[in-house]
Each structure stands twice: as C-alpha cells, then as structure tokens.
Design a protein around this ligand. Structure first.
Ligand code: NAD
Length: 368
C-alpha cells in the first residue's frame, strides 16, 4: 500500500519555524516507528503571493485536494496589510477551507497538568481537561442570504441570516458522533431551540442521526448560553460538543482559553470522506504568524506538533501514535521545559523553538 501522503504548507512568519519541528517528528515516525509519510511542500499566504502574486495557486489547491491530509503553519503579516482584500494571505486559507468543503472544525481544549496554573480558572476545574468542540464551519449566519446593510425608511438596517439545511446539520452531527466513538463516547449538542427555528431543526436532525446510526453514543442537548456557563463552571462534564458556526466560534474561543496559552492550541478541519475512506482534512495551529516574534527562534512549536498528532488520530487511524506524541509533550512540560510564552510570572530561562522540538523528540525516543 502507498504511504500516507501529506502536503505541508508552512506559510508565513513563525509558520515555517514551528513546521520545521513537526517535520522532525514526521521523520522520526518513519525512522523509529516504521510509519513513513510521503511529504510534499508548497507555498501559501504571503509566501505564495510573493512568488506567484496569489495567496493560493490552482496547482497548490489541486495538490491539497489529492493528499490524505494538509498541514498548515500560519499565514499573514504586516507586510501584506496593504494588499487588496482579494489577494490577502488569509484568502488563501479561506479558499482552501471552502474548496475542500471542510465543514467540521475540531477545536480541542486540552489542559496539560503542568500548565493548569496558566488558566484563569481554578486548577482543579481545568487540570486534566480534554474536551473537543466541533463547530460547523461552512454554513449558518456567516454565509446565509439575505445579508447586507439596507435602507429602511429613514434608517439603515443590518441583516444576516441564520440558515441550515437538514443535510448540513446531519453531516456535522455525524462527524461529532464518529469523533466521540474514538474518545469518551459522549456528545452534547448546543443550539438555541428555545428562541430560534434553526435551533429547533438542529435539535431534531441531531436526534434523528443519533437514533438512526449512533445510539451507542450518549447524546445530550443544551441551550448554547447555558453551555457557555457550564463550560466555565465545570468543563470536565463534556467530551464532544457539536454546535453551529456562530455559537461554535464563541464557545471554542472560550474553551480554548480554559487551557491558557495560544502556543498550545491545535485544530483540525474535516470534510466528507474521500474514496479511500479518509476525510478531506487540514490540520493547523490556532495561532497566527506572530510577526512580533518571527525569525527569533522564540515560537512555541507545540500547537503545530499537536495538530500533527490530530492528523495521526483523525486522518490515519494512528490513535496510539497520537497519544505517544501528546504524552511526549506532556512529559517535556512536566519536566519544566518552557518556551518564552510558557513562562509564568516567576520567570525562568526559556528555550528556543528548535530546542523544544528536540526535547519532544528525546521524550519520544524515551517512549520506545
Ligand atoms: P497571532 O496568533 O499571530 O499572535 C498573537 C500573540 O500570540 C502574539 O503576541 C504572538 O507572539 C503570540 N503567539 C502566537 N503564536 C505563538 C506561538 N506559537 N508561540 C509563542 N507565542 C505565540 O495573532 P495576531 O498577532 O493577531 O496576527 C498576526 C498575523 O497572523 C496577522 O496577519 C493575522 O491575520 C494572522 N493570523 C493568521 C491565522 C492563521 O494562519 N490561521 C490566525 C490568526 C491570525
């Protein structure tokens, strides 16, 4: 069988720096675990604009459509702020998500014990937390028509439309149930069925999909506002949360901050299954290109490394290897190894991006 294929789009700013550490781990998987990947690399964002005058060429998009998974670093930077909206680096990323129809956005909120004091919540509320927010990414109020600012009598009116079809709800619900089966088998669906028709339909369809194919998974429903409260009160009650685009935007940012640092947060965006059964997929850290620290060896590569761990688990069915990478990260943090962003108010000496990557590799070696 052919090796699994990866397209690496390192992008701009700290993107290439953090991706260099992921590449070390990909090589390690081939050398030490007998799991070789076929890796190709290409440009995206500002780097692609500099080379080709567009943040994503058709050729790169075609490659992204063919591979088993895309790993993306970050895009953007002040140099590109003056560009026309249509060729800004972020347009490359949005085009990838749209053309690959990546409708299911996975944002884990995982709190490593060694970093529990970074959270603004109490240690016992967040230590050991491991939840996953599944946000519908390609529909809902950010896309619905009509939209715009219109004149009505003597004043302007701003309109956006929350619109979901049954099939759009069903496919993201399936994605959440499938994920839950690989985790703790619990899904909580969040909407506002008390005040929104789209919420009533959301609840109906999620229930139907559950009844039909996923009765082995525990399903509960919660109004999204109550869900926000529960996320802050006792987040460990959740395993997988599935919700729409707007509520998911808010809830995933709130959940992410339970864990403390931007340099630690991975994400995945999944689409429909391809011919080989794997979902179309792109994995990327939540953070941006961090121009303020780019080129200085200060960036924390862990968010990008944990994004690769998600690829192992969700694209390649290598959950044990994903856990191995996550455990190596956990060990390094427990040993007190820190990039600058992970130093608390008491300070300490930070290590560089590549030293963090090497420490994680050493922990991986020790796991054999
Ligand atoms: P940012 O995430 O790049 O940086 C915010 C702050 O967090 C900065 O102080 C940065 O130094 C720090 N930070 C981020 N990642 C870090 C890491 N891995 N290690 C240590 N510190 C880290 O957000 P921003 O400053 O608002 O945006 C900078 C550029 O990135 C903009 O052009 C923006 O459009 C773009 N952006 C891209 C993405 C993406 O590619 N997915 C996401 C967000 C922002």
């Amino acid at each position: 069988m052919a090796n699994p294929s990866l397209l690496i789009l390192a992008g701009d700013g700290i993107g290439p720096e953090v991706m260099a550490e992921v590449k070390k781990i990909i090589t390690w998987m081939g050398d030490k675990r007998g799991l070789p990947f076929d890796v190709t690399e290409d440009l995206v964002g500002g780097a692609a604009y500099d080379a080709h005058g567009t943040p994503l060429t058709d050729a790169t998009l075609a490659k992204a459509q063919e591979v088993d998974a895309v790993l993306l670093g970050a895009v953007g930077g002040p140099k590109y702020d003056v560009l026309d909206f249509s060729v800004k680096p972020e347009r490359g990323l949005l085009r990838l998500r749209k053309e690959m129809d990546l409708f299911s956005n996975l944002r884990p909120a995982q709190c490593f014990d060694a970093l529990a004091d970074f959270s603004s919540l109490k240690r016992d509320v967040v230590a050991g937390l491991d939840i996953m927010i599944v946000r519908e990414l390609t529909s809902g109020v950010y896309f619905g028509e009509p939209r715009g600012i219109f004149k009505e009598g003597n004043e302007r009116v701003g309109i956006n439309t929350q619109r979901y079809t049954e099939s759009e709800i069903a496919r993201v619900a399936r994605s959440a149930f499938e994920l839950a089966r690989r985790r703790n088998n619990k899904v909580c669906s969040m909407e506002k069925a008390n005040v929104m028709e789209s919420g009533i339909l959301w609840r109906d369809v999620v229930t139907e999909v559950h009844q039909k194919d996923y009765q082995d998974v525990e399903l509960s429903h919660m109004y999204a506002d109550a869900g926000a409260m529960q996320l802050c009160r006792w987040p460990k009650q959740f395993d997988v949360i599935v919700t729409d685009n707007l509520f998911g935007d808010l809830l995933s940012d709130a959940a992410a901050m339970l864990t403390g640092s931007l340099g630690m947060l991975p994400s995945a965006s999944l689409g429909a299954p391809m011919a080989n059964g794997r979902p179309k997929a792109m994995y990327e850290p939540v953070h941006g290109s961090a121009p303020d620290i780019a080129g200085q060896g200060k960036a924390n590569p862990i968010a990008c490394i944990l994004s690769f761990a998600m690829a192992l688990r969700y694209s390649f069915d290598l959950g044990d290897e994903a856990t191995r990478v996550e455990s190596a990260v956990e060990k390094v943090l427990a040993d007190g190894v820190r990039t600058a962003d992970l130093l608390g108010p008491e300070g300490g000496s930070p290590i560089s991006t590549s030293a963090m990557g090497d420490a994680i590799l050493a922990a991986l070696d020790a796991s054999l």
